[in-house]
Design a protein around this ligand. Structure first.
Ligand code: GTP
Ligand code: MG
Length: 474
C-alpha cells in the first residue's frame, strides 16, 4: 500500500488528530487494545474514492531490479559515472531514513510499557551512510536510564539507592529483557510479524518484520560497541564521497556473485567488506582516509569513549580532520581495489584499519580482519578458505575486466565496465576473452556449499559477532 510519514509542528495537532481517530473496526476479529501512531486512512463511503481524485507522488523505497541497473550503467560514458550512478540508485533516501527512525520510535512505545526511560536507536547501515534501499533495520534498545549505571548525587552522610533486581550476569539481563520485549512485540505490536527470539547468539536479538514499513528488523540491547562501530563508519563515509561510492560498488558486486549471502555461513559479511574497502583507501600512496589511530589522536573530550574496557575513542568533529590531496577517480579506485585484494597475502597478513597497515596474522583463520574496537577479535572468523579463494579469483577477473574497458568500451547498451562486473558470472565474460578459466564443476560447487554450512556451525561457538552472516540485502 501507500504510506506517508507525516510530521507535525505542534503537539496539539497530534492530540487533535488522535481525538478524531477511531479504534479499528472489524466484523470478525478481535483487536488488541494497544494503539500506535500508525494510522490507517480509509474512505468513509465507497463512492468517495472516485470523487477524491487524489494524485499522490510516491517516493521510491526499493532498488531497481539488477537487469535494469545493468542497462542504465551501460548507457553512461565512464566507469566513474557508473560508480556514481550505482550509488545514487542504491543509497537510502532521506524519507527512508526518517521512516527508520519512526519505526524505532514505535518500538520504543512498546518497550516503554516495561521501561519508561528506555529509548530505541537505529544503528548499522540504516545510519552509517552505507545503507542500501531495502537493507535491514538494526535497532538498539538503550536502557541506560534504567540500568543504574549513572551515579546519582549524594547529599550528607546518606546514599539513596533504587531497589533493583540482581541477576548473575549482564548477558542474562539482556536475554530476559529481549525475551519479554520480543513477546510484547509478537503479541501486541501492530504490523510486527514473524517474531523470532535469537537469545543464545553472542549478541542476543529479536528479529521480526515490520509490515507497514516493509523493514526486516533486528532489535538488540546492550550492544554499545556495534553502535560505536556505526558511528565510526559514519565518520569515514562522510569524509570523502569516494568512500561510499566504493563501498556501494563492492557490496553490490559481492552480492551479485554470491560472495555475501542472506543465509548464515562462511560468507564474507558486508561489515567485513566495508573494513576491506576502508583499509584499501588507507593504503593509497596518498591516503584517502586516516587510520583509526589517527582519528583517536585527534579526539578531544567529546570523542573519548571506553566501552566495557575497550578504547573506542575517535574524533567525531569532522572539521578537525585534514586529508592529504588525492585525485584518484572512483573508477581507478575500483579497479585498484580488485588488484590490491587479488594480490593480497591473506595467508600471512591481517587487515587492520586501526594501524592502516598489514599486521602479522595472530591466528590461522583464512581471512583475518581485526575488530577495530575489540582488538583481539577477528570480524571475519567465519570465512573459510573456499570463500576466500572465490573472492580472490573474482577480484582478479574483475580487475582484468575493468582494465579492458579502460582501453576501449563497447558502444550502445552492451554491458561494460561496472555493468559487466554485475552480470551474474564475471568469470564467463572474462573467460570468453581470456579463455583461461572454466566454470567450476558441479561437484566442486556442492563441496564449497557443504564447507560453508560446516563453517557456519563452527561460527556459533566462536567470537564472531552474532550477526556476522545474517540476512543481508547488499
Ligand atoms: P547490512 O545490514 O548488510 O546492510 O549492513 P550492516 O552494516 O547494517 O551490517 P549488520 O546488519 O550485519 O550489522 C549491523 C552493525 O553491527 C554493523 O554496521 C556493525 O556496526 C556491527 N557489526 C556487524 N557485524 C559485526 C562484526 O562482525 N563485528 C563487529 N564488531 N561489529 C559488527
Ligand atoms: Mg544491518
Amino acid at each position: 500500500g501507500v504510506h506517508a510519514v507525516v510530521e507535525f509542528s505542534e503537539k496539539e495537532c497530534i492530540a487533535a488528530l488522535q481525538d478524531g481517530t477511531r479504534i479499528l473496526s472489524t466484523n470478525h476479529e478481535s483487536t488488541v487494545p494497544f494503539k500506535t501512531r500508525l494510522l490507517t486512512l480509509r474512505f468513509n463511503h465507497p463512492g468517495d474514492q472516485a470523487a477524491a481524485q487524489m494524485s499522490v507522488k510516491c517516493l521510491k523505497q526499493s532498488t531497481i531490479p539488477i537487469n535494469e541497473l545493468i542497462q542504465k550503467l551501460s548507457s553512461v560514458d565512464s566507469i566513474d559515472q557508473q560508480v556514481d550512478l550505482l550509488t545514487r540508485e542504491y543509497q537510502l533516501t532521506e524519507e527512508n531514513i526518517r521512516l527508520r527512525f519512526l519505526v524505532c520510535s514505535l518500538l520504543k512505545d512498546i518497550a516503554a510499557a516495561y521501561f519508561p526511560e528506555s529509548s530505541v536507536k537505529p544503528f548499522g547501515s540504516s545510519v552509517n551512510t552505507f545503507g542500501k534501499l531495502g537493507c535491514d533495520l538494526d535497532m538498539f534498545l538503550d536502557l541506560d536510564g534504567n540500568s543504574g549505571r549513572k551515579v546519582g548525587k549524594t547529599a550528607g552522610p546518606y546514599i539513596l539507592e533504587y531497589q533493583m533486581k540482581q541477576v548473575s550476569s549482564e548477558r542474562m539481563v539482556t536475554q530476559s529483557i529481549l525475551s519479554v520485549i520480543g513477546e510484547c512485540i509478537d503479541q501486541f505490536g501492530p504490523g510486527c510479524v514473524g517474531v523470532q527470539k535469537i537469545l543464545n547468539a553472542r549478541c542476543p536479538l529479536v528479529r521480526f518484520s515490520h509490515q507497514p514499513s516493509g523493514f526486516q528488523c533486528d532489535l538488540t540491547a546492550n550492544n554499545r560497541i556495534a553502535m560505536r562501530s556505526s558511528e565510526l563508519l559514519y565518520v569515514y563515509g562522510s569524509l570523502d564521497p569516494r568512500v561510499r561510492a566504493l563501498v556501494f560498488s563492492v557490496r553490490c558486486w559481492a552480492r551479485v556473485h554470491g560472495l555475501t549471502s542472506s543465509i548464515p555461513g562462511a560468507w564474507i559479511t558486508n561489515f567485513s567488506l566495508t573494513m576491506m574497502v576502508l583499509f584499501f583507501l588507507q593504503r593509497r600512496s596518498s591516503p584517502i582516509i586516516p587510520t583509526l589511530d589517527q582519528l583517536k589522536s585527534l579526539a578531544g573530550t567529546d570523542g573519548k569513549c571506553i566501552i566495557e574496557g575497550h578504547d573506542c575513542t575517535f574524533v567525531t568533529n569532522l572539521s578537525k580532520i585534514t586529508l592529504p590531496e588525492n585525485t584518484d577517480t572512483p573508477g581507478q579506485l575500483l579497479q585498484e581495489f580488485f588488484e590490491f585484494y587479488g594480490n593480497f597475502t591473506f595467508s600471512k597478513n591481517s587487515i587492520n584499519i586501526r594501524k592502516g597497515k598489514e599486521q602479522n596474522k595472530p591466528e590461522a583463520s583464512p581471512l583475518h580482519i581485526q575488530n577495530p574496537f575489540e582488538q583481539s577479535l577477528n570480524v571475519s572468523k567465519n570465512v573459510n578458505q573456499t570463500q576466500l579463494e572465490k573472492f580472490v579469483t573474482l577480484a582478479r577477473d574483475s580487475a582484468w575486466t575493468l582494465q579492458q574497458n579502460e582501453v576501449s568500451h563497447p558502444s550502445g547498451t552492451h554491458p561494460w565496465g561496472l555493468a559487466a562486473l554485475l552480470l551474474p558470472s564475471v568469470s564467463q565474460t572474462a573467460g570468453k576473452n581470456k579463455n583461461k578459466r572454466k566454470r567450476q564443476p558441479a561437484s566442486e560447487r556442492i563441496k564449497s556449499l557443504l564447507d560453508s554450512i560446516k563453517a557456519s556451525k563452527v561460527t556459533k561457538t566462536t567470537d564472531v559477532f552474532c550477526k556476522s552472516a545474517k540476512k543481508k540485502s547488499l
